[in-house]
Design a protein around this ligand. Structure first.
Ligand code: C2E
Ligand code: MG
Ligand code: MG
Length: 582
């Protein structure tokens, strides 16, 4: 870097007027003999701060030629924020101090600041201060390293976003400022809905890329003054100052969930990862601390996840009550997933025309450490209530597809595997990705997976069920209406539902040989199904008579203890090897 000759405008005051006197050749030579080779920048300045003499190292440091420097003052080169050094000079003049050391910035000839450690001492002439000797060590690199270190301790290395501790600092300041503001402060807590799945199935590098892409999109979807942070694996928080009430915070949360719903283009292809967002707002006069506000937003986020993911929820105090109950009662079920206590049993389905096994329904069991093998009725309602049905349902889908793949490999004819889907899973946009991933990861044919959804689940919110079923169907999987006849479907809806089969509830099947009413219902269901082009499955077949009766009515498939009870997969495999025929 060469020293420039153009510099700050020359000081108007003549050098002769300065306290140190006109520099003459002797003094010049002495200065250069002493400091010329020094690698420390050295300057002799007069009492007003004008440069009398400078060495080469100082010229290099600030990028000016000697001539340019001699025409200016220390103050003119000093960064405006560091001018208090000038005050120290004045204190030296009054002989309060005879030397001082400080860190400060010069403005380099190219316009950027350079950091120096200045050591200034008074130069006396006849016992009176006549000027100053100023030595400047270049500490720009040190300062840069310092700044990087500080940045590193306050930011997340992966996304470059502020980390939890910087977020809390900023929130603390924002809450303190709230006392003087008529606007509110909001904390948004965002958690990705599918991060673990992406990480597990596509690898950590893809997971990292997704997190970076999420951070970028998050920055784009908030307002310029809002500060997003990454506070954990796939958890982000956003501090929004100056929001106008809950409505203002909700508007931001809406924008974020919408932005996150768009696919992320990674090297591996498009990845969908919705985000759930919880919103907590602090108003003037609220005695809230940063940790409490974050905890509220977190509780609201959890609520958003329970309600169907990919959405936002505003915090309400009732959420805390619920989350503490949830933790107390339901730890065992949480642990069941973590400890691998869930099992899938399978029950064969027989094609009545051929008498052969063509499919199996996956039925969940919990191998409880104390209570033994539990049937779904004992724990699925709780799992649905507390939102655990989502991770459980994910596990069931993954496991059932893996088992279907094993059977496809070990038997000559691939078996269709049916999986029960809870009403609580249905509204989640997540479900379609879970199913797609389960199919891809096990490499089964989509048509070898059937989903069973109860009639009442479909009718709970029929309009959205119709669109959810259409999306599921587009994956190529089969769909059945389970427990048909026990709910209240209108014929109109059955016509519009995009399904492949109806499963007649076992109560009707049980009565088919002894109760004319049941027989009439079973016959009506089969006739209805045929006319709509749907297949019919009879469940709960317990006797040879029941089998003959439904076979005579034209029922397509049957399932029940008469053929085989639900049992572990390896027992089904043994059964298949015997090629049973009914
Ligand atoms: P479902 O889908 O209607 O399953 C058929 C039920 O009938 C099973 O009860 C099965 O064991 C029972 N069953 C089979 N053959 C006979 C028979 O000959 N006679 C009688 N009386 N019953 C028979 P299970 O395994 O107790 O499951 C009960 C319900 O729990 C299932 O009804 C299904 O709605 C639900 N379920 C099971 N596994 C899952 C799951 O993985 N996810 C969800 N969401 N629900 C599940
Ligand atoms: Mg079922
Ligand atoms: Mg059923």
């Amino acid at each position: 870097m060469g020293a420039k000759d153009t510099g700050p405008s020359p000081v108007s005051r003549s050098v002769a007027e300065s306290g140190i006197g006109t520099p003459h050749r002797d003094q010049d030579t002495r200065f250069h003999n002493t400091f010329g080779n020094s690698r420390t920048g050295v300057a002799l300045i007069d009492l007003e701060g004008a440069f009398m003499d400078v060495n080469h190292a100082l010229c290099e440091f600030v990028g000016y030629s000697k001539r340019a420097l001699r025409a200016t003052t220390l103050q003119a080169l000093t960064h405006p924020d560091d001018l208090e050094a000038d005050l120290a000079l004045r204190r030296m003049l009054t002989e309060e101090i005879s030397s001082y050391q400080t860190e400060g910035r010069f403005i380099h000839a190219d316009g950027y600041p350079v950091w120096g450690l200045w050591c200034v001492s008074t130069v006396c002439d006849d016992g009176r201060p006549a000027g100053f000797l100023c030595q400047v060590h270049d500490i720009s690199k040190l300062k840069q390293m310092q700044a990087e270190l500080i940045h590193q301790t306050l930011h997340d290395p992966l996304t470059g976003l502020p980390n939890r501790s910087l977020f809390i600092d900023r929130l603390t300041v924002a809450l303190a400022r709230l006392e003087r503001s008529s606007n509110d402060v909001a904390v948004l807590f965002m958690d990705l809905d599918r991060f673990k799945r992406v990480n597990d199935s596509m690898g950590h590098a893809a997971g990292d890329r997704l997190l970076r892409a999420v951070a970028t999109r998050l920055k784009e979807s908030v307002r310029p003054g809002d500060s997003p942070a990454r506070i954990g694996g796939d958890e982000f928080t956003i501090l929004c100052e100056d929001v106008r009430g809950e409505a203002g915070a909700i508007a931001i949360a809406g924008r974020i969930t919408e932005a996150m719903a768009q696919p992320f283009a990674l090297d591996e292809g498009d990845v969908f990862s919705n985000a759930s967002v919880g919103v907590a707002v602090a108003k003037q006069g609220d005695a809230t601390d940063p940790e409490a506000l974050i905890r509220d937003a977190d509780a609201a986020m959890y609520h958003a996840k329970e309600k169907g993911k990919g959405r936002y929820e505003l915090f309400s105090p009732a959420m805390h009550v619920r989350s503490s109950n949830r933790l107390g009662n339901d730890n065992a079920l949480h642990r069941a997933i973590e400890r691998g206590e869930l099992r899938l049993f399978y029950q064969p389905e027989i094609r009545l025309e051929t008498g052969r096994i063509v499919a199996a329904e996956a039925l969940l069991r919990w191998a409880h450490p104390e209570k033994g093998l539990l049937e779904p009725d004992a724990f699925i309602p709780t799992a649905e209530e507390i939102g655990l049905i989502l991770p459980i349902g994910d596990w069931v889908l993954g496991e059932a597809c893996r088992q279907a793949a094993r059977w496809a490999e070990s038997t000559d004819k691939a078996m269709v595997v049916s999986v029960n889907i809870s009403a609580r899973q249905l509204p989640h946009s997540e479900l379609v990705y879970t199913i797609r991933d389960a199919i891809n990861e096990s490499s089964i044919e989509p048509s070898h997976l059937f989903l069973e959804i109860t009639e009442s689940a479909m009718m709970e919110d029929a309009d959205s069920a119709i669109s959810a079923l259409a999306t599921l169907h587009s994956l190529g999987v089969g769909l059945s209406v389970d427990d048909f006849g026990t709910g209240y479907s209108s014929f109109n809806y059955i016509k519009t539902l995009d399904v492949d089969s109806l499963k007649i509830h076992r109560d009707f099947v049980a009565g088919v040989t002894r109760d004319p009413g049941d027989l009439a219902i079973v016959r009506a269901i089969i006739t209805l199904a045929k006319s709509l082009g749907l297949k019919v499955v009879a469940e709960g077949v317990e006797t040879a008579e029941q089998m003959s009766a439904i076979r005579a009515l034209g029922c397509d498939l049957a399932q029940g203890h008469y053929f085989a009870p639900p049992q572990p997969a390896d027992q089904i495999s043994e059964l298949l090897e015997r090629h049973p025929h009914w």
